[in-house]
Design a protein around this ligand. Structure first.
Ligand SMILES: Cc1cc2nc3c(=O)[nH]c(=O)nc-3n(C[C@H](O)[C@H](O)[C@H](O)COP(=O)(O)OP(=O)(O)OC[C@H]3O[C@@H](n4cnc5c(N)ncnc54)[C@H](O)[C@@H]3O)c2cc1C
Ligand SMILES: NC(=O)c1ccc[n+]([C@@H]2O[C@H](COP(=O)([O-])OP(=O)(O)OC[C@H]3O[C@@H](n4cnc5c(N)ncnc54)[C@H](OP(=O)(O)O)[C@@H]3O)[C@@H](O)[C@H]2O)c1
Length: 313
C-alpha cells in the first residue's frame, strides 16, 4: 500500500480524516479539496458543523463518509467506510441515499473502488435541482449515508466471454465502474490490453485524469500490470483539448486504437466491450456493435459486450 500525504493539508477547509497525520490511503483517493477551491466554487467549508447522523433503517446499511473531493460544480467524489458485511464484484452498483420525507431517498451508484478495497468510493454528478444530489453534494466527512445491502450489475468480468482486449467506453460519470475494474488484478489476468476511454464535455470533467495518464503507477496492486497493459484515452468535446472527437468518431477513424497492440478496429472474436454513460451513447454503440457481430452479455449468458446506463433520463 502507498503511504501518501493528504494534499491541501495546511488548509482549514480540508475535508478528510486526520489533517495532521499521514496514513495509508488508496492511491486513486483524491486529495481533499483546498479551502481556496471550496471558496471559489461556493462549496460549504468543513469543520463548521457536527456530523449529520441518520436514523437506522432495517432495509439499508448506515455508512460513514470518510472524505469528499469536488472536481468542479458538476462533479464530486466521496468515500464511505466499508461495512464489514458488504461484498461486491468490481464494476457493480449499489443504492446510495439520504433520509427522505417518508422513506429514504435512494439512487443507483456505481462503486468506483475495486472489490478488495477497504473504503467504498463513488463518483457523483451534482444535479442542482436533483432530489438526491442537490443534498448529497453537501456531505462532509463524518456524515452518514444509507447504502443498499445488495450490489448488482452487468459491468462485471462474469458477464463477458474470454478475450484479448477489453475496451471500457464511458461518458461523464459512466467512468465510475471502470475506476473499479481498472484497479482489479483479475482484469489484467483476463485481458492482455485494458483500455479506458472517457468522453466528457469539459477538461475539468476529466476526473482521475492524472492517475490514469500515469497508468496507475501509484497503485499498490496493479501498478506493474497497468504499466504494461493499461491504456487511457480521454476526449473533451466542448473545450479545447488534445483530443476533441466523440468516441464513435474515434473508432471510425481508428484514433482510439493508437498505441494499442492489435487491429485498429474492434473485432468480436477477440475484443470485449463495456459501455457506461448516457442513454444515447449506449444506444448508438450497442446498435453499432451488434451490426459488427458483437453479442450483448449478462451474468447468466456471458457475451462480447455489456452495457449499463450511468443515469436514467
Ligand atoms: C445503474 C445506474 C448506476 C448509476 N451510477 C451513478 C454513478 O456512479 N454516479 C452518478 O453520479 N450517478 C449515477 N447514476 C445516476 C444516479 O442514480 C442519480 O440519477 C443521480 O445521483 C442524480 O440523482 P438526483 O436525485 O439528484 O436526480 P435524478 O432525479 O435522479 O436525475 C435528474 C436528471 O439529472 C440527470 N442525471 C442524473 N444522473 C446523472 C449522471 N450521473 N450524469 C449526468 N446526468 C445525470 C438526468 O437528466 C436525470 O433525468 C446511476 C444510475 C443508474 C441507473
Ligand atoms: N458536464 C457539464 O459541463 C455540464 C454542464 C451543464 C449541464 N450539465 C448537465 O449534465 C447532464 C449530463 O452531462 P454530462 O456532461 O455528464 O453528459 P453528456 O451530455 O452525456 O456528455 C458527456 C460526453 O458524452 C458525449 N456524448 C453524448 N452523447 C453521445 C453519443 N450518443 N455518442 C457518443 N458520445 C456522446 C458528449 O459529447 P458532446 O459534447 O459532443 O455531446 C460528451 O463528451 C446534461 O444533460 C446537462 O443537463 C453538464
Amino acid at each position: 500500500m502507498a503511504l501518501l500525504g493528504s494534499g491541501c493539508r495546511d488548509e482549514p477547509g480540508m475535508t478528510g480524516r486526520g489533517a495532521a497525520k499521514k496514513r495509508y490511503v488508496d492511491p486513486l483517493r483524491p486529495a481533499p479539496y483546498c479551502a481556496a477551491f471550496a471558496k471559489s466554487t461556493g462549496t460549504p467549508m468543513t469543520d463548521t458543523r457536527a456530523p449529520a447522523l441518520i436514523p437506522e433503517n432495517p432495509a439499508f446499511l448506515n455508512a460513514k463518509v470518510l472524505w469528499v473531493r469536488h472536481w468542479n460544480e458538476h462533479l464530486f467524489s466521496f468515500a464511505v467506510e466499508r461495512p464489514a458485511s458488504f461484498r461486491f464484484r468490481s464494476g457493480e452498483f449499489v443504492m446510495i441515499g439520504l433520509p427522505g420525507d417518508k422513506k429514504p431517498l435512494m439512487r443507483a451508484y456505481s462503486i468506483a473502488s475495486p472489490h478488495y478495497a477497504e473504503e467504498l468510493e463513488f463518483l457523483s454528478i451534482k444535479v442542482q435541482d436533483g432530489p438526491l444530489t442537490s443534498r448529497l453534494q453537501l456531505i462532509e466527512p463524518g456524515d452518514e449515508l444509507y447504502m443498499g445491502k445488495k450490489p448488482t450489475g452487468t459491468l462485471v468480468l462474469d458477464a463477458l466471454l474470454p478475450g484479448k482486449r477489453l475496451f471500457m467506453l464511458s461518458t461523464g460519470t459512466g467512468l465510475a465502474p471502470f475506476l473499479s475494474l481498472m484497479r482489479d488484478p483479475d482484469v489484467y489476468n483476463a485481458y492482455d490490453r485494458v483500455v479506458v476511454a472517457h468522453s466528457v464535455r469539459r477538461v475539468s470533467d476529466l476526473a482521475y485524469h492524472d492517475e490514469m495518464e500515469a497508468r496507475l503507477a501509484e497503485d499498490p496492486l496493479v501498478a506493474d500490470e497497468a504499466g504494461a497493459q493499461f491504456h487511457y484515452v480521454p476526449t473533451v468535446t466542448r473545450e479545447a483539448f488534445r483530443n476533441g472527437k466523440r468516441l464513435g468518431a474515434m473508432i471510425e477513424d481508428a484514433s482510439l486504437f493508437t498505441g494499442i497492440d492489435g487491429a485498429a478496429a474492434l473485432d468480436p472474436e477477440t475484443d470485449r466491450v463495456m459501455l457506461c454513460g448516457s442513454t444515447e451513447m449506449i444506444r448508438d454503440f450497442a446498435k453499432s456493435l451488434e451490426e459488427q457481430g458483437f453479442v450483448e452479455g449478462s451474468n447468466a449468458n456471458p457475451g462480447s459486450f455489456v452495457i449499463e446506463r450511468a443515469f436514467v433520463g
